[in-house]
Design a protein around this ligand. Structure first.
Ligand code: HEC
Ligand code: HEC
Length: 250
């Protein structure tokens, strides 16, 4: 990719997924941020607002420019649609609230402001095209077939996931206690028996988490280490853990 320094020229040659902060929206975004986000994410986007103390996971440190829940490959920044989903839907299992009351323009402007905390958003090389997440395979709706795939998924899980997530996916594998995020804070593997994850509640959201990984945490991308078929088998297995978790009242 050839880059020319002048602003207009960059827009012409940069790929369509390069989305630096929309400068004109920043003042409005700051207003939305100060009212809704600053108590947790902090005045300078350092994730250290008044309410942040003791929160686990911690509010995201926007000044680091690293994001967990994305449709983009490991290491890349999220798309605007990814950020919008996080803000509107919140993050299950964390203090990140649902912001259903914010309008489209408020969301767009607060996204611009969030981006303004880190210069990573100014560099096209930190962006990448979203990955295509395939449709859920037909066999998922057939309970017998689904159980057959879940058995294969379990074998894959024991090999690739149990060291961190534990054999039953409760987040208590042998290495769980020692895992840390990039900022040196404890990063506990998710309890996969709970009804949802940060990426979202659906089967495709689980699949997405497996191909993207969670940037800044020990949860890696499995886009190379597994085939698409193995990933769907894993999804089928994780969903059996969810059903069991629901029965046990987790
Ligand atoms: C009550 C505290 C709280 C408030 C208020 C809050 N957040 Fe968060 N936010 C969090 C926590 C905690 C996380 C970390 C969740 C995780 O790591 O799973 C987070 C994570 C995020 C992320 C990162 C998602 C990712 O992919 O890594 C974004 C973006 C975000 N918040 C945006 C906002 C915006 C915008 C607002 C205001 C409109 C806001 N938050 C208000 C607590 C809060
Ligand atoms: C090296 C340890 C490690 C391995 C191996 C690992 N995970 Fe994780 N996983 C984590 C950690 C830590 C988190 C929580 C990260 C965070 O939110 O800070 C996590 C989170 C997740 C999530 C939640 C994603 C979200 O969107 O909230 C899913 C689903 C998951 N792992 C599934 C798997 C599966 C399936 C495998 C095996 C194919 C696997 N993990 C292998 C450490 C690991």
């Amino acid at each position: 990719m050839v880059l020319i320094a002048a602003g207009a020229a960059v827009a012409e040659v940069a790929p369509s997924w390069f989305r630096p902060p929309e400068i004109s929206l920043i003042p409005e975004g700051r207003f939305v941020y100060e009212r809704n986000c600053q108590v947790c994410h902090g005045r300078w986007g350092d994730g250290d607002g008044e309410m942040a103390k003791g929160m686990l996971p911690r509010p995201r440190k926007f000044s680091a420019g690293v994001f967990k829940y994305r449709s983009t490959p490991s290491g890349a920044l999220p798309s605007d649609a990814d950020l919008e989903r996080t803000i509107r839907a919140g993050v299950y299992g964390s203090a990140m609230p649902v912001f259903a009351q914010l309008g489209d323009r408020e969301i767009r402007s607060v996204i611009a402001y969030v981006k303004s905390f880190s210069s990573r958003w100014d560099k096209p090389q930190n962006f990448a095209a979203p990955l295509a997440i395939p449709e859920v395979p037909g066999w998922m709706s057939d309970p017998v077939e689904r159980d057959r795939h879940a058995v294969r998924g379990k074998a894959c899980f024991v090999r690739a996931c149990a060291a961190c997530h534990g054999p039953e996916g409760k987040g208590d594998g042998p290495s769980a206690e020692t895992l840390e995020d990039d900022l040196g804070r404890p990063a506990r593997p998710r309890d996969l028996g709970l009804p949802s994850i940060g990426s979202g509640p659906g089967s495709r959201d689980l699949y997405k988490a497996l191909v993207t990984g969670l940037n800044g945490t020990p949860m890696p991308s499995f886009s190379e280490a597994t085939t698409a078929e193995e990933r769907w088998d894993l999804v089928a297995f994780v969903e059996t853990l969810r059903r069991r978790g629901q029965k046990a009242g987790r």
